[in-house]
Design a protein. Structure first.
Length: 484
């Protein structure tokens, strides 16, 4: 490059002398000829080189712009660091005999209602070791605000303390707090109760979701996911529970007695993060949240409905059409979820079947995609044996796919929005989750709603959850689980 500039200066000097009328010595002409022959190609390519530099610089700037756009517009990852499911104290454990005797002692039910409850219990899929809150177990039952607060404190304080301990998270490090409880909404709220007890920061963002039924656990995860997209380097605490004390039904309407037989005490807490530095210690990454709301239809809206019976006793009504309605909601949900998770081969089969039925008017059976190709683990809401049976049949799952949900129903009953976490804790404790395996959590709730969450394991998970250990520390034997 230095020689090129010397050549240019030499030529310019010669031309300058020539313009001023000075004679050009022959030696300069000869020298110029040799220089031109030696460096002519370099001189000829210099304009192209200049153009190349400009193009190169512009290309680099374009790449920097594209990279910056990608970094600032891509969705932030949402990691599940850990979760904890409550194992209530042993003194709150009940069996079916205690339940029936307690119902008789309350003097609130007719013999026909007692017989109905016993029949429902025998078919419910619940085992002999579920839990009820202390207020309901008292004789006579304490169904006041104080007893309800005691139940809430038992669940919330224990689950939050344990999950913060498991993740090494200080209460003051929590940026976002989401609590869901459908039927108990005191003032101050349950989220405020947690902030007060754990002395969280004054600028912690708190949300208290109510009235959203058993699918609210997925809704809370979805809300936390959206907040974590907005606020970088944040930690979210999600707590899912239901409060039974003030919502126990003491009437004789059979459609409102079923919840008494199915719902039991429980709760779960989860810690989420969008910090990329947390990926190495996280259990799962959240891939999708799909929510389906069927509330525009009156039958769907009213199939799970809190109201008073003819005697003025408050409770939750369950429609006889509930399972049919749940099937419709499930179908709508998986129609949206399918393209996100199914392999292309299954999507083509589903699309071809849809064209044959809707466009060609052929009388062919609806094609049910094989979701076993999309997921290795299924966490089905433990709404009752009928709910699990219906999903197993509709999705053509294998007995081993629904075994964790059946075992959870048997051991803990319907623990509402936290049930999908009890199922996942069962899978981790008894079966284990391999790195890269996908988990599908699916839940149903009043409204009527069907919601799904999809997770991918970031590492092998074989945690031994307290909820699935006997008092002596051993995992329950196979004989203690229902037949599947």
């Amino acid at each position: 490059m230095v020689r090129c500039f010397s050549t240019i200066r030499f030529v310019v000097a010669c031309l300058a002398d020539y313009r001023h009328g000075a004679p050009v010595a022959l030696k300069y002409v000869k020298r110029g000829y040799h220089v031109l022959c030696s460096h002519g190609l370099t001189l000829a390519l210099m304009p192209l080189a200049a153009t190349g530099v400009v193009t190169f610089v512009l290309s680099c700037l374009l790449l920097v712009f594209v990279a910056a756009t990608y970094v600032f517009t891509r969705s932030r990852p949402v990691y599940l660091l850990n979760f904890y499911c409550l194992k209530p104290p042993a003194n709150l454990k009940i069996n079916n005999e205690f339940f029936m005797q307690h119902s008789r002692n309350s003097k609130a039910f007719t013999q026909d209602s007692l017989d109905f409850q016993e029949k429902v219990l025998s078919r419910s899929g619940l085992g002999e070791e579920t839990y009820l809150p202390g207020g309901i177990m008292s004789q006579p039952p304490r169904i006041n605000m104080q007893a309800a607060r005691e139940e809430a404190q038992l669940v919330l304080f224990n689950t939050v303390a344990e999950v913060l301990k498991a993740t090494g998270t200080k209460p003051q490090a929590v940026d976002i707090l989401v609590v869901n409880c459908s039927l108990f909404n005191p003032t101050p709220s349950l989220s405020a109760m947690i902030v007060n007890h754990f002395k969280m920061r004054s600028n912690v963002m708190t949300y208290n979701l109510s009235g959203m039924g058993c699918s609210a656990g997925v809704i809370s995860i979805g809300l936390a996911q959206q907040l974590l997209q907005v606020f970088p380097n944040s930690t979210a605490l999600v707590v899912s529970t239901e409060n039974l004390t003030k919502n126990w039904y003491f009437g004789n309407d059979k459609s409102m007695l079923v919840p008494n037989c199915l719902f039991r005490l429980g709760g779960a807490a989860m810690v989420l993060s969008n910090k990329r530095t947390d990926r190495w210690r996280a259990k799962y990454e959240l891939l999708h949240v799909v929510r389906t709301h069927m509330g525009q239809d009156d039958a769907h809206y009213g199939c799970v409905y809190q109201k008073e019976d003819s005697d003025g006793k408050e409770g939750v009504f369950l429609s006889k059409e509930l399972m049919r309605i749940a099937g419709h909601a499930l179908k709508a949900n998986i129609t949206t979820l399918g393209p996100l998770v199914l392999p292309i081969s299954e999507q083509l089969l589903f699309f071809g079947n849809l064209v044959a039925r809707k466009m060609l008017r052929l009388k062919v059976r609806s094609y049910i995609p094989d979701f076993k190709l999309a997921f290795e683990h299924f966490c089905i809401h433990t709404g009752g044996r009928g709910v699990i049976d219906a999903i197993e049949k509709q999705l053509e799952l294998l007995p081993e796919n629904v075994a964790p949900s059946r075992e959870t129903l048997f051991r803990y009953g319907n623990v509402s929005s936290s049930s999908i976490w009890y199922v996942l804790s069962n899978i981790e404790t008894k079966r284990g989750v391999k790195r890269g395996e996908r988990v599908w959590q699916i839940a149903f709730g009043s409204g009527f709603k069907c919601n799904s969450a999809v997770w991918r394991a970031l590492r092998p998970v074989n945690d031994r959850h307290e909820a699935w250990l006997e008092d002596g520390g051993a995992s329950p034997s196979a004989s203690g689980s229902p037949k599947v």
